[in-house]
Design a binder for this molecule. Sequence first.
Ligand SMILES: NC(=O)c1ccc[n+]([C@@H]2O[C@H](COP(=O)([O-])OP(=O)(O)OC[C@H]3O[C@@H](n4cnc5c(N)ncnc54)[C@H](O)[C@@H]3O)[C@@H](O)[C@H]2O)c1
Length: 330
Amino acid sequence: MARVSVLGAGSWGTALSILLHENGHDVTLWSIMEEEVNMLIKERENKQKLPGIEIPDEIIITNNIEEAITDKSILVMAVPSKFVRNTAKLMKEYVSSDQVIVNVAKGLEDETLYTLVEVINDEMPDNKVAVLSGPSHAEEVSRKIPTTCVAGCTDENTAKIIQDLFMNTNFRVYTSTDVVGIEMGGALKNVIALAAGISDGIGYGDNAKAAIMTRGIAEISRLGVAMGANVQTFNGLSGIGDLIVTCTSMHSRNRRAGILIGKGYSLDKALEEVKMVVEGVFTAKAALDLANKYNVEMPIIKKVNEVLFTGKDTKKAVEELMIRDKKIEY
Ligand SMILES: NC(=O)c1ccc[n+]([C@@H]2O[C@H](COP(=O)([O-])OP(=O)(O)OC[C@H]3O[C@@H](n4cnc5c(N)ncnc54)[C@H](O)[C@@H]3O)[C@@H](O)[C@H]2O)c1
């Protein structure tokens, strides 16, 4: 049994804290939002984000960061990507170097172009930081629907510890030491999901979506490899696996936002309608900046940026992708 804290009480943090409790661990769930903590303590359910899923009484729910960090061996960071640095800043006053941090958020920091593990290590350089990623909607994990993920850490033993922590009969976990590959797959699939949603919203068919997914993973791999990742990781759960689920599921807020944009909504209107954080919008620009930095061609991600931030007509963007220079496939 491990003493674990999950930081961030949204859909994913709540689902993971229940899973960890069911695996026999001693779990604390922390949120920065006092009202959210009070609501969760009172209701023992997140009616808005994970309706119908009971949060067991044994899970301690707190707004106190010191209580969340002290005496825990593993700290799972489950806040949306844009809050990762600030949460790490709050944590670092209480963290000791033997605590393992597991990041489950997906994204990039747009000002620095850092991956989230780099952001966490920037704030807490002495801690081992692992990741858990893969096709894993909280709505399904919380209903014990079979799910597979990959636990990554540059230190293989730590990856195995994280595998053991999360794994059960409904949740199978593989290990990897390719943290950059896992992070880039998880972050950039959200941008490709926006493109897949836009294609669906325009009314294009399965052929177009399959093309976006296949060429999408090709461009994600190109950038990932330039950044030092292993190309095989992009064929795995955190690469093509997560891309498939995000581009095809209605649970995906990135795809839902894309559908609205494809139907003609402005970016602001689409975000207002989806209500939740659409991480692909934040990641799109950072991905393009990284593509320029590493001199890698990312045509789909470039067009998504033009649609989102310069108001380019969606059909025109697709047409421009279709008439690019002729290429060899691989
Ligand atoms: N939902 C999923 O199925 C799922 C699955 C895998 C990975 N993820 C990743 O996990 C991360 C969290 O996703 P989610 O679906 O739980 O998001 P969410 O929108 O449900 O989470 C919001 C939560 O973040 C916390 N929060 C809000 N503002 C904050 C702030 N300023 N500082 C710190 N914490 C704050 C609060 O607890 C809030 O409930 C994302 O990066 C997402 O990509 C989500």
